[in-house]
Design a binder for this molecule. Sequence first.
Ligand code: BES
Ligand code: ZN
Ligand code: ZN
Length: 505
Amino acid sequence: MVMNITIQKGDITTFATDMLVLSVFENTKTLGGAAGIVDKTLAGLLAKEMKVVGFSGKEGSLLIFHTHGKIAASRVLLIGLGEQTQCSLETIRKVSAIVEKKAEDLHQRRIASVLLGVGVQGITAKDAARAMAEGALLGSYQYDKYHDEKAKKKAEHGLEEWTIVEKLAAQIRGGEQGLAEGILGARGTVLARDLVNEPASVATPWHLVEHAKRIAGEQKNVSVEIFDREEAQKRGMEAFLAVAAGATEEPYFIHLTYKPKGAKRRVALVGKGITFDSGGLQIKPDNHMATMKCDMAGAAAVLGVFSVISEVAPNVEVHGIIAATENMPGKSAYKPGDVVRAMNGKTIEIGHTDAEGRVTLADALSFAVTKKPDVIIDLATLTGACVAALGEDIAGIMCNNPKLCTRLLAAASESGERLWELPLAPEYASLVKSDIADLKNISSSRYGGAITAGLFLQNFVDATIPWAHMDIAGPAFAERESIPYIQRGGTGYAVRMLLQYLKSI
Ligand code: BES
Ligand code: ZN
Ligand code: ZN
């Protein structure tokens, strides 16, 4: 995150910058606000140009205007915000990302604008600023560690400074708060994206351990404990270790704790941490394996949250739990038909070695329960069935507690992350029962695979603890570009919604 976004008091119409960004709602008859004033200074040329090229203010539409020295900025970028009645935080995020990209295309290093969308649809200065920071910073994200040319181009021509210039002191204060929140959310998200994008040969279980240790060193009130294979064995994590049996990379169980003074509630965040999912002995066909470095996106989201947690400073104790291993068909790999006992004592028949996520989560959730949390939330790239049900952009959520579900859906709506509830249908619970063990890691039905996976996990949480399971197999990794502030690859899904949720309790 090289780009800087700040807010200051001043008059945008006379602000000296490389490019002045002015926003216009769709179908506005006369240019108002800052755009109106700048248009006047430019003797009506801006409005004329809009007419000539047919610029209507459609969401995300752009118009470049060269000022030829008539005002302090050498260019004006008009950006359409769409219909005023449709303007939301998501509009602001998207538009901010589009502006950022345009500035970069045009090699503009410094741009300035007012707070976008503030005042419409009840959008406060704080919310607008947060959305702008999220859109601009996430929009400028690029995974270029192994692409020198892209990295060089970004360093030479990328946007460096976005200054928000506002007249009212009251809006500055809210704006500053919003920017601070937005920047932290983006920072956590960027770490999650980087971890997912990193090749599986680099992002090994030990790599996740190193990040957890670094975070514990950097964030106040955060500590970490790591269990190696032997320690996990001692603690009865046979299910986790069964998946790890075929791995070349050593597995590690990671437990992060954030414990601020005076916290009354305790939340456990559990992330699926399969650093590569080959399918195991029941190996995946090639096209299904191609993106399986993403199978630790749940773990990456947990690390993303922890990487900024003491700065976000929620007044709640948070446990971050990751059972990290590869799923590989090594010579000691677990086999279909094996039976393993999870930490909570329940036995699992392995029906399919590619349904490994739920097997590792059985121990991660059992461990979470021992911490006696008030809430457990797990995040997992768990099933292709969830992607089939909800598509690539929407995650599924299953809950044993409607209140928790409502809160998480609200947090997701606030952060602009698409989330939809699926039922933990008790009538399907018998589909994951086994003849020879308590449970089987595949369903005896071809249908409803996202739900039966959730029902399997339910056996490892305490019915008295509110628990939510998020299947993020779709939105954790983007195979196409559909949202301007989300690039192909790791998306950092759930980091911002979780921070939002933690702040709200
Ligand atoms: N990691 C996969 C799920 C997945 C699919 C994640 C697509 C991201 C994108 C998971 O471990 C898996 O292989 N699930 C199987 C379960 C089946 C064998 C019961 C699946 O969904 O096919
Ligand atoms: Zn799998
Ligand atoms: Zn998997």
